[in-house]
Design a protein around this ligand. Structure first.
Ligand code: FAD
Length: 464
């Protein structure tokens, strides 16, 4: 291997400037930067990056096209395997997938694959290259997709690309799932999600909002209405709580409620939009995943003076992407490690005023392989807080499981059980994403959605 060129990192806005607004933090590569970074790709014959990608993105092929500045063809290559690249290019944990597998990672820094993917997708959306050509043969199968998160969007796009008539049923008034209502504007602008969905609409995918499947209609109703196949991608949107004394006090939010109020209902533009969200001056966020990072950084932007993340393990076990932890700390979020809440205390009006915390130490590894945190006795102390956000994860949405007789589930959480093709225990009913995997990632939701959609296509049309 010759001399390895240094990696170009994606530019970010200055922390002091960006905490004042909800605009995007990472500003994206210029054409020159993308071409430079793509030219670092070694074009390895074994393509370890492709094998590491849940959707099998054709990385070396699009890198070559970017290097040659053929952005139209590069975009077409990206879209062959990835139906929403402007979204995944921004939030996918590339550092533990394609970039970790990149041969250059062994001798220095991997190619900035996510940043190049984002560049191509943004370029295509801006230049209007993203218009889909509708397949000439249409309406072979009639398919219902339930849920419009990354799993549902990917499944819908794959099926529409094969000439099927696809309708997406979404409970909320906007499509996108967590990438719309959960992940904040400063990481993934709503406009980008809307533009990616517009590409699917061009492709012929129809959307119906405000339909809660399991309540407004059932899965059986959909089959009775003539749908040949139904895909379920209803995600994991039911918040988990700690079960500690005082958790019902006012201004203790689940991260779900907090982020949805801010993102979907635009509380940051109150009174322009009708839903306020009160954020005090001292905020404590419990948990250390992406949701906790998003909640803490949102609280900073909503005007909090002090924001603390409380996490019971050490930094090495924090589940959030490293980049997001870095961003949060740059923005002034403070992380209290090996610390866990024991109860919440309120004032005479029933509003939270402090959190009792205790110190932890790490013991033997638990079933997840992470060292189990144990309380240090007598280490309790009080921390003032006028807002608390519980960000310890979500359970799957249970409605379809409860209202679909014969649908098998697994585990205490009620994950929908599927075979290796994404088919459930019911013929012609497929499922993917968080509702099958438990809380996972955008790219895993896309990968499982892709596999289930292709299996449905093969099985129901008899095509290889
Ligand atoms: P979802 O995105 O949850 O979408 C499910 C959709 O189904 C929703 O729109 C919901 O309204 C709809 N629905 C539910 N029930 C019904 C029903 N009965 N009828 C009709 N519609 C229904 N992953 C990453 O890779 N990178 C990140 O940086 C990242 N950050 C995250 C930040 C936050 C705050 C959260 C909460 C998650 C984050 N994740 C991240 C995880 C990622 O967003 C999820 O794994 C992914 O969105 C799962 O996709 P999905 O399509 O399975 O479900």
């Amino acid at each position: 291997m010759g001399k390895v060129l240094p990696r170009k990192e994606m530019p970010r806005r200055d922390p002091q400037e960006r905490i004042r607004d909800f605009n995007e933090v990472a500003t994206g590569f210029t054409e020159e930067e993308a071409v430079y970074e793509a030219s670092r790709c070694l074009q390895c014959p074994k393509q370890p990056c492709v094998s590491a990608c849940p959707v099998g993105s054709l990385i070396p092929e699009f890198m070559k096209l970017v290097k040659e500045k053929d952005f139209q063809k590069a975009y077409e290559k990206v879209r062959e395997m990835n139906r929403i690249p402007a979204i995944s290019g921004r939030v996918c944990p590339q550092e533990t997938l394609c970039e970790e597998a990149c041969t250059l990672a062994k001798v220095g820094q991997p190619v900035a694959i996510g940043a190049v993917e984002r560049f191509i997708a943004d370029y295509a959306l801006k230049q209007g290259m993203a218009k889909e050509v509708r397949p000439s043969e249409r309406g072979r199968l009639k398919v219902a997709v339930v849920g419009s998160g990354p799993a549902g969007l990917t499944a819908a796009a794959e099926l529409a690309a094969r000439g099927h008539e696809v309708k997406v049923f979404e409970a909320l008034h906007k499509p996108g799932g967590v990438v719309f209502y959960g992940i904040p504007e400063f990481r993934l602008p709503k406009k980008i999600v809307e533009q990616e969905i517009a590409v699917l609409k061009e492709q012929g995918v129809e959307f119906e909002h405000g339909v809660v499947v399991g309540r407004t209609v059932t899965i059986k109703d959909l089959f009775d209405d003539g749908y040949d196949g139904v895909f379920v991608g209803t995600g994991a949107g039911t918040p988990k709580f700690l079960g500690l004394p005082g958790e019902n006090l006012n201004y203790i939010y689940s991260s779900n409620e907090f982020l949805t109020r801010v993102n979907l209902l635009k509380a940051y533009s109150f009174p322009l939009y009708g839903t306020p969200v009160k954020v005090g001056s001292k905020v404590v966020v419990i948990g250390a995943g992406n949701t906790a990072m998003d909640s803490s950084r949102t609280a900073v932007r909503m005007g909090a003076d002090e924001v603390y993340i409380v996490y019971r393990r050490s930094r090495a076990e924090m589940p959030a992407r490293k980049e997001e932890v870095f961003n949060a700390e740059q923005e002034g979020v403070q992380i209290m490690l090996l610390t866990s809440p024991t109860r919440f205390l309120g004032d005479e009006k029933g509003c939270v005023k402090s959190v009792e915390l205790q110190q932890m130490q790490l013991g033997e590894p638990d079933e997840s392989g992470r060292r189990r945190p144990r309380p240090v006795s007598g280490s309790e102390f009080l921390k003032d807080a006028d807002t608390v956000i519980i960000a310890i994860g979500n359970r799957v949405n249970p409605l379809i499981q409860m209202t679909t007789p014969g649908l098998e589930t697994s585990g205490d959480e009620g994950l929908i059980k599927v075979d290796e093709n994404g088919q459930t225990s019911i013929e012609r009913l497929y499922a993917a994403g968080d509702v099958v995997l438990g809380e996972a990632t955008v790219i895993e939701a896309m990968g499982t959605g892709q596999r289930a959609a292709l299996s449905m296509h093969r099985k129901l049309t008899g095509n290889a």
